[in-house]
Write a protein that binds this ligand. Sequence first.
Ligand SMILES: Nc1ncnc2c1ncn2[C@@H]1O[C@H](COP(=O)(O)OP(=O)(O)OP(=O)(O)O)[C@@H](O)[C@H]1O
Ligand SMILES: [Mg+2]
Length: 271
Amino acid sequence: MDAKKANLNKDFRDRISPSSQFVKKRIPNVKKIIAISSAKGGVGKSTIAANIAVELGKNFNVGLLDADIYGPSIPQLFGVKEKPTTDDGKKLNPIIKYNVYLMSIGFLVDDKSPMVWRGPMVISAIKTFVNNVNWTNLDYLIIDMPPGTGDALITFSQELEIDGAIIITTPQKLSVNDATRGIEMFKKTKVPVIGVIENMSYLIDNNNNKKFIFSKGGGDTIAKSQNIELLGQIPIHQSISASSDNEVPLMHSMNEDIITNEIKNIALKIK
Ligand SMILES: Nc1ncnc2c1ncn2[C@@H]1O[C@H](COP(=O)(O)OP(=O)(O)OP(=O)(O)O)[C@@H](O)[C@H]1O
Ligand SMILES: [Mg+2]
């Protein structure tokens, strides 16, 4: 084992309880839980999680849980302004938009204030989202993980029976290194990693040629070294960033193009 990997293992050993100390639980009425994750920030986790959820939501009952307590993105990506209701004063009802059941800390707090919560408060918010939300009869619950391998990721991975994690990376080495770190975390907490998606893989120029503006092959490198499937490669495109700004996930619009086809294929593979 090289020195870098030994350090990684030590780091996780210090922060993750031994498997005998935690019992993973399922959420009643939720068939499959899928985590979308990457230790690196800004690689497109939330955008991809939102679009996969909307695509799967066309045929299934799908929930999307925003686990990013410090920087929730789901309210913006779905254009949700309202607050969740409760029928019994105990459990929150998810907000339904574009056929997806949504829950995010961003629905509950003022979006202009910075979140200054400490670890235990984050963990308690996560437990509320798992135990005190009416997740009724979901075929899939997609969890949009925060960047890094901090409290939220560790709590979910140790306490929840996640059926599969999907890793998002960009083509560059820096992102590959971070993604690998995230995969190691899932391995330590016995969460199966089902595949990797490479985002911002290339740019399509005016002549419809692919331009690899970043380096090439990050997703492939991870897939081969970790023995997991490369689920898809999504180009960098203005329509994707515009969809976040316009608060409507791309997969809600019926446009047929290389990007929506790629996301459809990814959703098919997840199924
Ligand atoms: N393929 C793409 N083409 C163009 N823009 C993209 C693409 N993927 C993501 N973006 C844009 O990049 C920004 C970051 O994406 P996003 O918030 O989904 O990343 P993230 O990994 O969830 O970030 P964080 O680590 O902060 O949670 C957003 O503005 C989004 O619209
Ligand atoms: Mg995000």
